[in-house]
Every structure is written in structure tokens, then in C-alpha cells.
Ligand binder design. Structure first.
Ligand code: ATP
Ligand code: AH0
Length: 395
């Protein structure tokens, strides 16, 4: 735990939606032990250039992700992340030399947290790119990157990592809170009332916007997302498609668990599109059903893994999915009868877009201080570790 601090950090997040770079400048203030105050000074989202976005999508297919392409993109993303850092620091009114550290998540191109057999042994792996050495040398600021590998090295899933900062920033003595992120993938942090860090648990709930976005790109190009959930609002949820989706074996998998594009990516969406063509379903009904599924997977996760142990009072939603009014409506429909308030980050004075970038700024600061920043109970790691690799700028 940080005992005394007054520092600035930059957090960079590029999520599974591949919509670009979220950059935050934060002020970290720790007056006393256990009392951490983090203030957001500036936030900026820089969309990836279209060509870059398309190239990243190519890398999700291991057959196309050749060494040269991955190597080149690793360095190029480093350049883009450094530009985003400069820009957000300028917006904050600070100077780069005032920033202690950059915490950069990078872009996940492959996440395989299950055991893979190799030469009589097993390994797990995850690949995040966006070279920290480039970021550090362009900006002159130490940069922590590649956070997930250390947790995997001690047997963890390497995800989710944000629960560590959720615990620091959102725990309550009175309420049991569910901190739900709806990005490409959905993930929840459960903060039981008055819990210690060891009692926090978290996991990926299933697909968030990933399938919605993929369907919209196929059916409503040039749109890339269902803005405000307007298309879903015009459709009807279809039982046949819904029950097909609900049968995916991810939902019943035991904790800890995490997932990604390897399960809910393009191949999955292609299966839905094939059924749609064969059965002549209406596009808006398919979008409505997939949107409902995102809400249902959150509700199902809560009912299966959380409610029996920790009945909650609040579901606080963040991530781009919180701007989808139809999705939020479905969540309210499912959670309000359980006596659980559904709130957005904005409604509690936060920022849905900035939350993960803030988290990686803070995680980076812990790494710089050589303080452990994973939660073994969340990731399944055998012990706490200091995550991330630190790149130093030339003096
Ligand atoms: N105004 C909006 N209306 C509807 N959906 C939106 C809106 N804004 C963002 N989204 C959705 O949110 C997605 C981006 O969310 P976010 O940036 O939280 O995801 P991410 O960080 O890339 O993913 P992850 O958290 O899984 O790594 C977009 O791809 C889109 O589907
Ligand atoms: C491997 C990877 O990039 N996982 C992401 C993804 O997006 C949401 C969910 O799946 C979560 O597990 C994680 O990100 C957040 C930032 C986390 O680690 O907490």
C-alpha cells in the first residue's frame, strides 16, 4: 500500500473494441495508509487511424499475425501511444517532466489464459503490444507496459486487472457494489461491503459490445457501433437466437475466468450471420437479441456466482456499453426487481470512458514503487506480484 504520495501519472488503455487510445492524466494523493485519492485531470480518446485499426483486426487471426506484422505494429502503436500521451498532458496543463510514470495497457491481440501443452509442460500466454521503450523515449517519462504476463507467470489468468484499483477507489463499508465494465468484453468486480482486498473477486462476464459492433459493421456499414442502442430499440428479442447464445459453455465455467475475441470474435459472429440468412431474421431483431444477451450474461453471472454469497445493492456500469440506452434498459429490467440500483459512472461522479485509463495510470504507479498490484483471488495467481515491465527514457 502507498503510504504517502503526491504524484502525477498517465494511464493509457486500448481495449478489445479496438476503438482507439484512452489517455488519462491523474493526480495521486495518499495522505495516510488506506486513504488514496485519485483525481482525473485530463482525458482524451484518440481513435486509431482506420488503416491501423484494420491492420490490428488482421492480427487477431494467428494465421495472419506473422512475426513481421506483429513486430512492426508493436513499434507503431508505441509511437501512437506516445503522441496520445503528449496530447493529454498538454490538455492537463502539466509539463511532461512533472509526470512520474506512464502505465500503458497496450493492445491485446491474443489472450489464451488456459493451459497449453508444450514439450511435456503447460504454459498460458497473452499478447499485448505497443512498445513501452518507444513510449518512454518519445516522452522522456518512464513507462510501465505488458502488465499481464507477470500474473500469468505465477499461474494467474492475467486478467482482469482493474479490480485492484476498483478496490482502492470504490469500496464501501455500507453497500455491496458490482463494478461492471462493458467494453468489447464485459467484466465485473464484486466489492462486498467492508471487504478486504483478499475478499474481492472479479471475472469476465462474457461478450459486451464485441458481437454488437461486429454485427453492425456487417449489417449497417459504414456504422461501427449501435449508437445509443437505437437499432436494438427498434428490434424484438428472439427466443431462438437467445437460447442458442445462452448455451455457450463460457457462462457455466468456474471462476476464475476471462475471455476475449478468441471465443466471441468474428467466427462467432459469422455463425449468427449464417443463421440469420438461413432463417431470414430481421437485422434489428438480431441486434436487439445480441444486446439483450450482453445484459443477460451480466445478470446470469451475478445470479450464479455472486448472489448466493454477496447479495448486492448497486450495479455501477462503465465502459462504452453504458452509452447504449437499450442495453442499460435491459440491465434495469433484469436487476431492478432484485432490489439492485443500476447506475452509470457519470451518475456517481465518474467517467465511463476514462475508468480503465485511470486504472492503468494507478497500476503503473504501483509498479514504479515496486508494490504488488495483482489480486490473486481475482486472477487465480498463486501470489501477489509486481506486474509490468518498466522502460526508462534515455537521460
Ligand atoms: N454512444 C454509444 N452508444 C452505443 N455504444 C457505444 C457508444 N459509445 C461507445 N459504445 C460502445 O462501446 C465500445 C467501446 O467501449 P470501451 O472503450 O469501453 O471498450 P474497450 O475498452 O475497447 O473494451 P474492453 O474493456 O473490453 O477492453 C464501442 O465499440 C461501442 O460498442
Ligand atoms: C486480455 C484482455 O485484454 N482482457 C481485457 C478484456 O476487456 C475487458 C475484459 O476482457 C478484461 O478481462 C480485460 O481488461 C480489463 C482492462 C482488465 O484487465 O481489468
Amino acid at each position: 500500500m502507498i503510504t504517502r504520495a503526491n504524484a502525477y501519472a498517465v494511464g493509457l488503455m486500448s481495449g478489445t473494441s479496438v476503438d482507439g487510445i484512452d489517455a488519462a492524466v491523474i493526480k495521486i494523493h495518499a495522505a495516510r495508509e488506506q486513504e488514496l485519492d485519485v483525481q482525473l485531470l485530463a482525458f482524451e480518446n484518440t481513435p486509431y487511424p482506420e488503416q491501423t485499426r484494420n491492420r490490428i483486426f488482421e492480427l487477431f487471426d494467428p494465421a495472419k499475425a506473422t512475426m513481421d506484422k506483429v513486430g512492426m505494429m508493436n513499434m507503431w502503436l508505441g509511437e501512437l501511444y506516445a503522441n496520445a500521451t503528449y496530447s493529454v498532458i498538454a490538455k492537463s496543463g502539466l509539463k511532461p517532466e512533472q509526470i512520474s510514470v506512464i502505465g500503458s495497457h497496450g493492445q491485446t491481440i491474443y489472450h489464451a489464459p488456459w493451459d497449453h501443452a508444450i514439450d511435456g509442460h503447460t504454459v498460458r500466454y497473452t499478447v499485448q503490444i505497443g512498445e513501452g521503450a518507444v513510449i518512454a523515449n518519445r516522452t522522456g517519462i518512464p513507462c510501465v507496459s505488458d502488465f499481464r504476463a507477470a500474473d500469468m507467470a505465477v499461474g494467474g489468468q492475467g486478467a482482469p486487472l482493474v479490480p485492484f484499483t476498483d478496490y482502492l477507489l470504490y469500496r464501501s463499508d455500507k453497500h455491496t457494489r458490482l463494478l461492471q465494465n462493458i467494453g468489447g468484453i464485459g467484466n465485473v468486480t464484486v466489492l462486498p461491503a467492508g471487504a478486504s482486498a483478499e475478499e474481492v473477486y472479479a471475472f469476465d462476464t462474457g461478450p459486451g459490445n464485441m458481437i454488437i459492433d461486429a454485427l453492425i459493421a456487417q449489417l449497417y456499414a459504414p456504422l461501427t457501433m449501435d449508437i445509443g442502442g437505437q437499432i436494438a430499440a427498434r428490434g424484438q428479442v428472439m427466443d431462438e437466437l437467445l437460447s442458442w447464445m445462452q448455451q455457450d459453455d463460457y457462462y457455466a465455467m468456474p471462476l476464475p475466468k476471462s475471455t476475449g475475441r478468441e471465443r466471441f470474435g468474428m467466427q462467432y459472429t459469422e455463425q449468427i450471420l449464417t443463421m440469420m440468412r438461413e432463417k431470414q431474421w430481421r437485422a434489428e431483431d438480431v441486434v436487439a437479441t445480441v444486446t439483450y444477451e450482453a445484459a443477460w450474461s451480466i445478470y446470469d453471472s451475478y445470479s450464479r456466482y455472486v448472489a448466493p454469497r454477496h447479495p448486492a445493492q448497486q450495479l455501477i456500469v462503465a465502459g462504452g456499453g453504458s452509452y447504449n440506452a437499450t442495453l442499460l434498459g435491459y440491465l434495469k429490467q433484469l436487476f431492478l426487481p432484485l432490489g439492485i440500483d443500476v447506475l452509470t459512472q457519470e451518475e456517481i461522479g465518474g467517467n465511463s470512458d476514462a475508468k480503465e485509463a485511470i486504472a492503468f495510470g494507478l497500476l503503473g504507479y504501483y509498479t514504479l514503487q515496486q508494490l504488488p498490484n495483482n489480486i490473486p483471488n481475482v486472477t487465480g495467481a498463486s501470489r501477489p506480484v509486481v506486474m509490468g515491465k518498466l522502460s526508462w527514457p534515455a537521460r
